[in-house]
Design a binder for this molecule. Structure first.
Ligand SMILES: CCCNc1ncnc2c1ncn2[C@@H]1O[C@H](/C=C/CNC(=O)c2cc(-c3ccc(F)cc3)cc(O)c2O)[C@@H](O)[C@H]1O
Ligand SMILES: [Mg+2]
Length: 214
């Protein structure tokens, strides 16, 4: 039977990356996506911006919405301080299965909790299920029309505190117009746009960093 693109991406990791070396996993995926098959990872250019925000926030508790193959999961987790935790939500079981293997190849299982399910179902259960108080950093990279409803849900569930940082991928391409309007006009956020390019292309895209003011 035919393999899927995520399966071929995992194969490239297992062939070209060194077990336990997160940077080699990131490099292997970027090489595969640039030279073999495009895939919707945040990529190396926007990935550097992601890295700088993670390092600046130095978060103890991170939430990622939309794991896909685990590329940004590995980038973020590789920069976390000891005892910090990254919870990543993925509702497609096939993608979740691939992501688990990519995260394991990077040797980051201890820092990552991959939860298989939909953000709308799991965000309200974060406190009771995982003992989370609030998130220091949230990386939004799932369905673009879900960024705004899930942000409002995180507010309602008390998962954001004064200073929590939301970092959203694809605010230009494919675009998240309602989310962008919200975080840029709401008095409860200070927002900043980081201009970049759509992963592995010359098309404009960018990340929006929004700090919750409480
Ligand atoms: C119930 C749905 C909302 N809740 C959800 N909860 C948990 N996981 C969810 C999820 N939504 C989607 N997901 C998962 O996130 C991932 C979805 C990501 C969607 N991303 C994009 O569409 C995307 C698309 C592009 C793109 C850009 C240009 C282009 F020509 C083609 C594609 C680039 C990107 O960087 C992207 O992130 C999948 O793994 C999906 O299974
Ligand atoms: Mg994306």
């Amino acid at each position: 039977t035919q393999s899927t693109r995520p399966q071929r991406l995992l194969g490239a990791v297992q062939k070209n990356a060194t077990r336990g070396d997160p940077r080699s996993v990131v490099r292997a995926i970027d090489h595969f996506c640039r030279h073999k098959e495009w895939a919707m990872n945040v990529g190396d250019e926007k990935g550097c911006i992601l890295d700088s925000v993670v390092s600046e926030v130095n978060p103890a508790a991170v939430l990622e919405l939309g794991t896909y193959c685990g590329y940004s999961t590995v980038r973020i987790a590789s920069l976390l301080p000891p005892h910090a935790k990254l919870i990543t939500l993925e509702f497609n079981p096939d993608f979740a299965a691939i992501a688990r293997q990519v995260i394991a190849w990077a040797g980051l299982e201890e820092k990552v909790q991959l939860v298989e399910g939909a953000s709308g179902d799991w965000i309200p259960k974060m406190k009771e299920q995982f003992g989370v108080k609030t998130f220091d950093l949230v990386f939004l990279d799932h369905w673009k029309d879900r960024y705004l409803p899930d942000t409002k849900l995180m507010e309602e569930c008390g998962l954001l505190r004064k200073g929590s940082v939301l970092l959203a991928d694809n605010v230009i391409c494919p675009g998240t117009p309602d989310y962008l309007e919200y975080v840029r006009s709401s008095p409860r956020y200070t927002s900043q746009y980081f201009k970049s390019h759509l992963e592995y292309t010359k098309v404009e895209d960018g990340l929006e960093k929004s700090v919750f003011l409480g």
